[in-house]
Ligand binder design. Structure first.
Ligand SMILES: Cc1cc2nc3c(=O)[nH]c(=O)nc-3n(C[C@H](O)[C@H](O)[C@H](O)COP(=O)(O)OP(=O)(O)OC[C@H]3O[C@@H](n4cnc5c(N)ncnc54)[C@H](O)[C@@H]3O)c2cc1C
Length: 270
């Protein structure tokens, strides 16, 4: 039973949008999608534990949306541990805040380390290894080298670091193309200025939170906007249509196509 409990425990480390989305989805898979597929395991017994070092989930969102996300996850059955940094991960589980939790599936959603570009370029870097670029996205002392995307850190208009998200990387790419054209014309490019369009996070299959700055949304309407935004930014009509149809199927039928099929002998555990 102890081994079975560990196998049915899913630990997600980090309660940013990635951790929150994973926690909601895994819980729904265990609760709604998988039960008919297993005869010897009751997938309802799966535990999904979301561990966060900070005091709240979705720290980048306003307090009320964070609280809503936490309530929604808890109502799905996710166990949330706040203010508890994970200090050890092993094949047996995790250690957080002095507690040991046995789990066979650990998912790291607490951030990424940048590529080693700063080291190669001998450029200044922050704690995550991101190159500290100048306002025109060049490396200090090397105006011929631009660096963009997740591998760099630069302050946004609010003084906080520009977030490591796809829209920021795209804006930087566009900026560098323009900067090169400006230089070819003999002009000095204006500094890069990040424009944040909004933050979105999905919570399970029917809820989301959205912070556009000028408006905050939560619940089912936010989920629809989240879905439409993600489909809109896919490349090409074919991908948009296939993802839209697949999501609509999941939404209306409570069924996901994804399954893990393992072959060979299977032993029923006691
Ligand atoms: C789990 C997760 C979920 C995310 N969800 C979202 C989201 O919902 N919305 C959002 O906006 N952003 C999201 N992000 C962030 C987003 O993916 C990044 O901000 C974005 O991809 C950054 O773009 P990039 O071009 O800088 O880097 P990447 O997209 O990582 O591209 C870098 C590329 O360079 C390649 N590469 C690396 N090293 C080398 C090398 N030495 N030689 C050659 N090639 C190399 C890599 O293989 C990769 O293909 C998420 C990130 C993660 C990890």
């Amino acid at each position: 039973p102890e081994r079975r409990a560990a196998l049915l425990t899913f630990v997600i480390i980090g309660a940013g949008p990635t951790g929150v989305e994973l926690a909601g989805t895994i819980t729904e898979l265990a609760r709604d999608t998988l039960p008919p597929d297993f005869r010897h395991i009751d997938t309802h017994q799966a535990r999904v534990v979301l561990i966060e070092a900070g005091p709240r989930v979705l720290a980048g969102f306003p307090d009320d949306l964070s609280a809503y996300a936490q309530r929604s996850l808890e109502s799905l059955g996710v166990e949330i541990m706040l203010g508890q940094p994970v200090t050890e991960c092993s094949a047996e589980g995790v250690v957080y805040g002095g507690n040991t939790l046995k789990a066979k599936t650990l998912i790291w959603a607490a951030g990424v380390h940048a590529s080693r570009a700063a080291e190669w370029l001998n450029a200044p870097a922050d704690h995550a290894g991101r190159v500290q670029v100048l306002p025109d996205l060049t490396i200090p002392g090397r105006p011929d080298i631009f660096a963009i995307g997740d591998t760099v850190v630069i302050a946004g208009p609010d003084g906080k670091p520009v977030p490591g998200i796809a829209p920021a990387a795209k804006q930087q790419g566009r900026y560098v193309a323009e900067a090169i054209r400006a230089r070819l014309r003999g002009d000095a490019p204006a500094p890069f200025r990040y424009k944040h369009s909004g933050s979105l996070a999905q919570i399970g299959k029917r809820k989301a939170v959205i912070d556009f700055g000028w408006i905050k949304l939560r619940g089912a309407l936010a989920w629809w906007i989240w879905g439409i935004a993600h489909i809109y930014f896919l490349i090409g009509l074919r991908h948009r249509l296939s993802v839209a149809l697949s999501w609509l199927w999941i939404y209306t039928r409570d069924q996901r196509a994804a399954r893990l099929i393992t072959q060979g002998s299977s032993k029923v555990m006691g």
